[in-house]
Design a protein around this ligand. Structure first.
Ligand SMILES: C[S@@+](CC[C@H](N)C(=O)[O-])C[C@H]1O[C@@H](n2cnc3c(N)ncnc32)[C@H](O)[C@@H]1O
Length: 220
């Protein structure tokens, strides 16, 4: 498959959530998260953590339980409703006209999930993140959007920000991101390391994933 061929629009993603076609959601913590979360948090408390294209990722609940702040972006409104309802976390919803979307906010304010197109999000809305958990995000976006996506991510990384980005190594499509691309995107003020490769567990294998590559991006 040529790069850029497999484009999924934001409306198509939102429809998948509406129709309940969300096999990509995994209800257990990502093994790479469990293995490397200490690197992500680095002994810090109350870390403002960004989860791009968050779906209803279970890692968000884990981070909230540990006292951290969680900001996510997701175009599928059902994902956000299901996240709060399945985890029994009280929430409210407000319109955010500048994002042409809505904010789903936990009653304690520590979880803020924006329902909008990622590419409308910017550092005037939320900024200075201390951590980013990127799984199924950079990995899943259209190849033609990668540079735009990376520019937004870089603009949101605050001092000492640690960004863990997980890239699936799948059997039936090209690896969407490699180390050379990462080094090109994250130079000048950032460092990027290829840290770990773990073989997929049975659950991931059932999605055709052979393994996962972890990149750690730090703001210098
Ligand atoms: C592969 S899923 C990963 C979900 C989540 N990160 C996880 O690990 O469970 C990608 C998610 O990104 C959302 N998405 C895709 N493009 C988007 C966009 N432009 N703006 C906001 N959300 C988007 C989809 O609805 C979907 O939930």
């Amino acid at each position: 498959m040529e790069e850029g061929d497999c484009t999924v629009t934001v409306d198509e993603w939102a429809k998948l959530w509406k129709d309940g076609k969300t096999d990509f959601h995994i209800s257990e913590l990502c093994p790479m998260f469990t293995k490397h979360v200490d690197k992500l948090l680095n002994n810090r408390e109350k870390v403002k953590t960004f989860v791009p294209l968050c779906g209803k990722a279970v890692e968000m609940k884990w981070l909230w339980d540990k006292g951290h702040e969680v900001v996510g972006i997701e175009c599928g409104e059902e994902a956000l409703k299901e996240f709060f309802e399945e985890n029994k976390i009280g929430y409210s919803i407000v319109e955010i006209p500048e994002l042409k979307g809505k904010l789903y906010k936990s009653d304690d304010g520590r979880i803020r999930l924006y329902c909008c197109d990622f590419y409308l999000f910017n550092s005037a809305i939320e900024s200075e993140f201390g951590a980013i958990w990127d799984s199924g995000a950079l990995n899943a976006i259209n190849a033609t959007d990668q540079e735009k996506y990376v520019a937004i991510i870089k603009s949101l990384m605050g001092n000492r920000c640690v960004n863990l980005s997980v890239i699936d190594d799948a059997t039936d499509w090209e690896i969407p991101v490699n180390f050379d691309k990462m080094k090109t995107w994250f130079k000048d003020g950032f460092s990027v390391e290829a840290n770990d490769y773990v073989e997929a567990d049975e659950k991931l294998k059932s999605f055709g994933i052979k393994g996962q590559q972890l990149y750690t991006i730090s703001k210098l």
